[in-house]
Write a protein that binds this ligand. Structure first.
Ligand SMILES: C[S@@+](CC[C@H](N)C(=O)[O-])C[C@H]1O[C@@H](n2cnc3c(N)ncnc32)[C@H](O)[C@@H]1O
Ligand SMILES: Nc1nc2[nH]cc(C(=O)O)c2c(=O)[nH]1
Ligand code: SF4
Ligand SMILES: [Mg+2]
Length: 212
């Protein structure tokens, strides 16, 4: 079984509920969306085919038990991804997904979880959101909205309120598009229990640098 892989690297998790922990990243090639702000356009086409066994060997050689599978859109390589997840049964795994692919095809074990992005209006891809996915999220999964404006913020709150989402919710700024403090002020004014998070790797390394 082959996976088209853009890059595999060891860094610290820069996003979401495991931010700061050493994490092995597996970035799969290919995406069905073209978000206006996408910082990973190099994963749209660049990559090479790798046997799942080889990916697992590389992960093992990096010596940590936390893996983040991202892309591109990792759920597009369904069969290879399911095989990879089988081999990672004793790892803590987070899978970053754009929310446009049916999550029901991916029954995850307890120690594997989704970080599902709901695409805000600024992405110019919000019509691709598959809102039926929201009811499939479990307590350990994470719902994420990337915010570039007041409109995005209100839109994301609207989705959350309409679907009674109670689990992990993270709002993050579109890098460079909005002052982080603005979003924080809105969350606090509205007394919302929403985690605010910035992409910490972009403050540690050059924001355009790959492999970190
Ligand atoms: C590169 S995407 C890959 C996974 C999947 N395609 C998705 O969109 O969730 C990983 C995360 O980075 C976020 N992201 C991409 N570009 C960004 C930017 N310029 N500022 C903030 N977050 C960004 C996406 O919204 C997504 O949550
Ligand atoms: N350090 C670091 N953390 C990340 N978390 C999610 C990432 C992604 O590109 O999906 C990412 C990334 O590219 N780098
Ligand atoms: S879905 Fe993810 S990888 Fe695809 S364009 Fe949007 S941010 Fe980039
Ligand atoms: Mg990234």
């Amino acid at each position: 079984m082959l996976l088209k892989v853009n890059e595999i690297f060891l860094s610290i998790q820069g996003e979401g509920i495991s931010a700061g922990y050493p994490t092995i990243f597996v970035r799969l090639t290919g995406c069905n969306l073209r978000c206006s702000y996408c910082d990973t356009t190099h994963a749209y086409n660049e990559g090479s085919d790798m046997a799942v066994e080889k990916v697992l060997e590389e992960i093992e050689s990096l010596g940590y038990k936390r893996v983040c599978i991202t892309g591109g859109e990792p759920l597009l390589q369904e069969k290879g991804l399911l095989k990879l997840l089988e081999g990672l049964s004793d790892y803590e795994v987070s899978i970053e997904t754009n929310g446009s692919v049916d999550l029901s095809a991916f029954p995850l074990r307890e120690n594997h979880r989704f970080t599902m992005d709901i695409k805000t209006p600024s992405s110019e891809e919000s019509e691709q959101n598959r809102l039926e996915n929201l009811k499939l999220l479990r307590d350990q999964d994470e719902l994420k909205a990337v915010i570039g404006s007041r409109k995005d913020y209100l839109w994301a709150l609207g989705v959350i309120d309409a679907h009674y989402i109670k689990g992990n919710i993270t709002f993050s700024p579109i890098f460079g598009m909005i002052e982080p403090e603005e979003i924080i002020n809105w969350i606090l004014e509205d007394k919302r229990d929403i985690r605010f998070q910035i992409q910490i790797h972009k403050f540690i390394w050059n924001p355009d640098r790959r492999g970190v």
